[in-house]
Design a protein around this ligand. Structure first.
Ligand code: NAD
Length: 360
């Protein structure tokens, strides 16, 4: 991303900045200090986490919204002082291409809708942040990555935990081989979801616990080993078949890594659990919780405590991603990282279907 892409308004040349005495003109030529983000989909995560975090960010601000519900547009407009020209619906969304206030489109819709809106945002020439799980299939993820490449925009996945210093601390242990090689990982992420008619229970909308909480259990294993799994065997189950008719309530999966490390992972919409244990050749590490919005913490066999405090994981994530966009540097969790998880998720479903171990 070139610096000039972030200069606001249009036809005035750089020379004007140098020579104009008009400070207003000069101000319009300064690189943006904050990038304008438009949230697409104003459900729970946008409302309760992302919009509040965007009040804390230093490199990003809530510039616009895209919603299918006119009453939400009214509420958000008043609450966050969003001008009418920055409010879109799903039909007129593509006109966002002509809006210089919007630098980044953040897709916070049910997973089956991620591909469509990421591709439309890329075609509109906007950088894209996309919530996890990136999409229901590897083919979708590849199409999303290609659309962003073709349109010369960047794609980041909303993996907030990767921006959390507590998670980075255990990633570092693997990198340094502080306790030798990883032998075994146990990783769990789940919560009790009492809803009975939500997209998380719909196959067509990309529901199922594996893509939802399962990616946290999977990331625990991938990040703790620093490796990509080479095989998986999985089992799906439900204790509430009247609710989980189309998708799994619980998934258990075992991974094998190239170094020989193994991981036993569990995820569920029926059980509150959130922990990671890593057993190395010469020690251990435990995190609990391992993927919370805050309070992730842990300890190691040598007495080291992991317990960093941050004001907002989501604010840190969006600030770091926007800083990378402005500097033209690599994003911490680009589309390719989302794809790595979905490749494993696909293999997990294949293993459930066949009852066999699946090579990845
Ligand atoms: P939600 O159900 O609360 O919100 C979904 C939004 O999409 C709503 O505004 C809804 O109106 C809109 N929508 C448009 N078309 C829809 C359709 N056909 N069916 C259902 N909703 C439709 O969901 P959420 O919990 O906000 O999740 C949105 C995304 O954010 C998902 O990808 C989810 O995995 C992700 N998420 C991420 C985190 C995180 O920690 N990173 C946390 C929660 C959710």
């Amino acid at each position: 991303m070139k610096r000039r892409d972030f200069l606001s308004t249009t036809a005035i040349t750089g020379a004007a900045t140098l020579f104009s005495a008009n400070s207003l003109l000069a101000a319009t030529l300064r690189p943006k200090e904050k990038l304008g983000i438009a949230l697409v989909g104003l459900g729970y995560y946008s409302t309760d986490l992302l919009a509040p975090a965007l009040q804390l960010t230093e490199k990003a601000y809530l510039a616009g919204i895209v919603t299918g519900t006119p009453s939400k547009a009214e509420t958000w407009k008043k609450k966050y002082n969003i001008p009418d020209k920055n409010i879109y619906n799903y039909q007129n969304f593509d006109q966002i291409a002509n809006n210089p206030d919007i630098d980044v489109v953040y897709v916070v819709l049910p997973p089956s809708m991620h591909r469509e809106f990421v591709v439309r945002a890329a075609k509109a020439g906007k950088h894209v942040f996309c919530e996890k799980p990136m999409a229901p299939s590897v083919a979708d993820c590849e199409a999303m990555i290609k659309a962003c490449k073709d349109n010369k925009v960047k794609l980041a996945i909303g993996y907030r935990c990767q921006h959390d210093p507590n998670i980075q601390a255990y990633m570092q242990v693997a990198k340094e081989q502080k306790f030798g090689k990883v032998k075994m990982v146990t990783s769990a992420a789940g919560y009790f979801d009492g809803r009975s008619n939500h997209w998380k229970q719909s196959k067509a909308l990309g529901g199922g616990v594996m893509g939802d909480m399962g990616v946290y259990a999977l990331q625990g294993a991938r990040l703790a080993t620093g490796e990509e799994p080479i095989s998986v065997i999985a089992q799906a189950s439900t204790t509430r078949p009247e609710i989980y008719k189309e998708v799994e309530e619980t998934m258990m999966f075992m991974l094998e890594f190239p170094s020989g490390a193994r991981a036993s992972c569990q995820t569920s919409f029926g059980i509150n659990m959130n922990y990671l244990q890593v057993n190395y050749e010469k020690g251990w590490l435990k995190m609990e919780p391992q993927s919370g919005y805050n309070g992730n913490r842990g300890s190691m066999s040598d007495g080291t405590i992991i317990n960093f405090t941050i004001k907002s994981q989501q604010a840190k994530q969006m600030d770091e991603d926007c800083a990378a966009l402005m500097a033209g540097t690599d994003l911490l969790a680009p589309g390719e990282e989302g794809l790595r998880d979905i490749r494993v998720v696909e293999a997990i479903y294949k293993s459930v279907k066949t009852g066999q171990l699946v090579k990845i």
